[in-house]
Ligand binder design. Sequence first.
Ligand code: THU
Length: 142
Amino acid sequence: MTTTDPLVRAALGARAHAHCPYSGFAVGCAVLAADGTVVTGANVENASFTLGLCAERVAVFAAVTRGIRSIERIAIVTDADHPVYPCGACRQILYEFAPDAALVLATTKGREATCTVRDLLPHPFGAADFAPPAPRDAKDRG
Ligand code: THU
């Protein structure tokens, strides 16, 4: 991969840490927060197959744990022949924190596609669809 895009390079670096002995399919993800912070994740599989987690959710949950609530840009790297788009579950998680984020879907062979989270999740379900209860984030409670 020859790209100099720092977010794609961060996702590539995270991909090296994927734990994927069952699928052999390593995925790296990097998310860029509004304040410039970059947080990465890789897919983590488990001998109890269904317990694994995709790189995108690992990255987003790590970012949220660091206090990030708004994500502007996301890079995902695989070694597939074509750019790989996030799975359905990850699209829903991305929508929560990154509804307007731009995605870069890159491959180690240098192919790239771009889209937005909204492109990937038409008719999304979100907080606006129901009357949310009083804020429950620890941050909001003070
Ligand atoms: N995977 C991701 O990390 N992100 C996706 O969007 C699709 C799939 C992972 C899950 C599993 O570890 C492996 O790729 C094969 O499905």
